[in-house]
Design a protein around this ligand. Structure first.
Ligand SMILES: [Zn+2]
Ligand SMILES: [Zn+2]
Length: 456
């Protein structure tokens, strides 16, 4: 965006984990891919021997907390965390204070993202005004705003009123939007603290039944089919939810879904520690659920990984379980967790990771150019679509925007939240040995991360 673009020659990287080759980045685009490329005059050279190159990651679901809870996170610190995690685009959920339910608020968040300049911050618009679940927010005005909102969600709360959900699904068809549902039947989860099952009984905490999630997903799939609109299911957490989504997709309905890194790796047995770092919405489930989520992500039933990065200040987490806030940070560990849960287990290769963490979430967020008239556009040298929105999730090929991450799969290290850029420290992976490290991230040809550290 600044105009001071450099050329970079990345030597010996392995695109999608394949054969080592060189990538030349010029003027924000991938100019060439192939072995033995020559560095043009003035180009900077980066030795990427042994590093996997992936297209820049896209997160459909993060809480950046600004405006309103800058003690937990800001768009700046959240963008830093995203870049360090290999992300080049992040969707910022609407449950801020004020709520992102008007053109003014989404434009404010979008501008803060541009000022930070480390990744494309895509505001999610609220479905209902004030997230109060009683009347629709200004969906059209947010879609038409400079922020060009395409994803709408009351995340944190469920749009439980079936009539409102139907109206929202109908409304967003006009601009090819999508409603992202936080599927939680409110009456079935009153006072719920942990997954309903053996562990909730053991701890004497109110259980959170799987059916509270599954019932809403089933209803919303039917509603989306009925009105011919697009539904996205946030943070799928149960085996039954995977089955319902598999069924809806078999019907050809426009239903997509995400799973979080923590639901791919952790189970409710961790809650037995009573450590609220493991308190999250939806709750950690059983190993059977984890296995079904992994299988669903592997076979494409679940389209993508989304972090649900939910930073909280220490005082809101380091308290007794029942009083603690729900949520975990995730931007800086997502790729490493997916590496452990999906790649090391043989369920996905790196091409699969690129699909589930870049191409598919970009398509769901309408960032892949498929919604624009010319199918990709050429404004700003090819890094924006015809409507001026940034392009993400494109293959690592000449002509694509130079959004990419270089990842070292060979290292293993303990997660240390003290070193994270996020303003909050509530990582459930703290102290856990995880594989891999993000070495570099490029946004439109400019490094945001080099040598594993912020580049500026
Ligand atoms: Zn949620
Ligand atoms: Zn969330």
């Amino acid at each position: 965006m600044t105009g001071e673009r450099q050329a970079w020659l990345i030597r010996g990287a392995q695109p999608l984990g394949g054969e080592a080759t060189d990538l030349l980045l010029v003027d924000g685009l991938i100019a060439a891919v192939g072995p033995g490329l020559t560095a043009p005059p003035g180009a900077q050279v980066l030795d990427a021997t042994g590093l996997v190159a992936l297209p820049g990651l896209v997160d459909l679901h993060a809480h950046l907390r600004e405006p309103g809870r800058e003690d937990a996170e800001t768009v700046q610190t959240g963008s830093e965390a995203a870049a360090l995690g290999g992300f080049t685009a992040v969707h910022a959920m609407a449950n801020t204070d004020p709520v992102a339910d008007t053109a003014g608020v989404v434009e404010q968040i979008w501008r803060l993202g541009r000022q930070a300049g480390l990744c494309d911050v895509r505001p999610v618009g609220a479905v209902t005004a004030g997230l109060d679940g009683s009347r629709l927010a200004e969906l059209g005005a947010m879609a038409d705003s400079a922020a060009r909102v395409r994803v709408f969600s009351d995340d944190g709360r469920c749009v439980s009123d079936a009539v409102l959900m139907r109206r929202a699904l109908e409304y967003v068809k006009a601009f090819d939007g999508v409603i992202a549902q936080h599927a939680q039947e409110p009456r079935l989860t009153e006072g719920a603290q942990v997954n309903e099952g053996e562990i909730s009984g053991l701890l004497g905490l109110t259980g959170w039944p799987a059916v509270a999630e599954e019932a809403i997903i089933a209803r919303d799939c039917l509603l989306a089919a009925h009105v011919g609109s697009a539904l996205h299911v946030c943070h799928v957490s149960t085996a039954g939810s995977v089955e319902i989504i598999r069924w809806a997709k078999s019907k050809g309905w426009r239903v997509t879904a995400e799973v979080t890194p923590h639901h791919l790796l952790l189970t409710d047995e961790l809650a037995a520690s009573y450590d609220p770092v493991y308190k999250v919405n939806p709750p950690l489930r059983t190993q059977t659920d984890v296995d079904a989520l992994r299988a669903g992500l592997a076979d494409g039933t679940i389209d993508c990984v989304a972090t649900d990065h939910a930073p909280h200040p220490m005082e809101d987490k380091e308290t007794e379980w029942q009083a603690a806030a729900f949520g975990m940070t995730g931007l800086e560990t997502a790729l490493r967790v997916v590496h452990a849960a999906m790649v090391q287990t043989g369920l996905l290769d790196w091409a699969g990771v690129a699909d589930r963490m870049s191409a598919r979430p970009a398509a769901i967020g309408r960032l892949d150019g498929s919604g624009s008239l010319d199918g990709g556009g050429s404004l700003d040298g090819g890094s924006l679509d015809a409507g001026g929105a940034p392009l993400h999730g494109r293959p690592l090929e000449p002509g694509s925007p130079a959004n990419l991450v270089l990842y070292d799969p060979a290292v293993t290290a303990a997660v240390d939240p003290a070193g994270h850029a996020s303003r909050s420290r509530n990582s459930p992976f703290a102290g856990m040995m995880l594989p891999g490290q993000v070495v570099a991230t490029f946004l439109r040809g400019t490094p945001t991360v080099l040598d594993g550290k912020l580049a500026r």
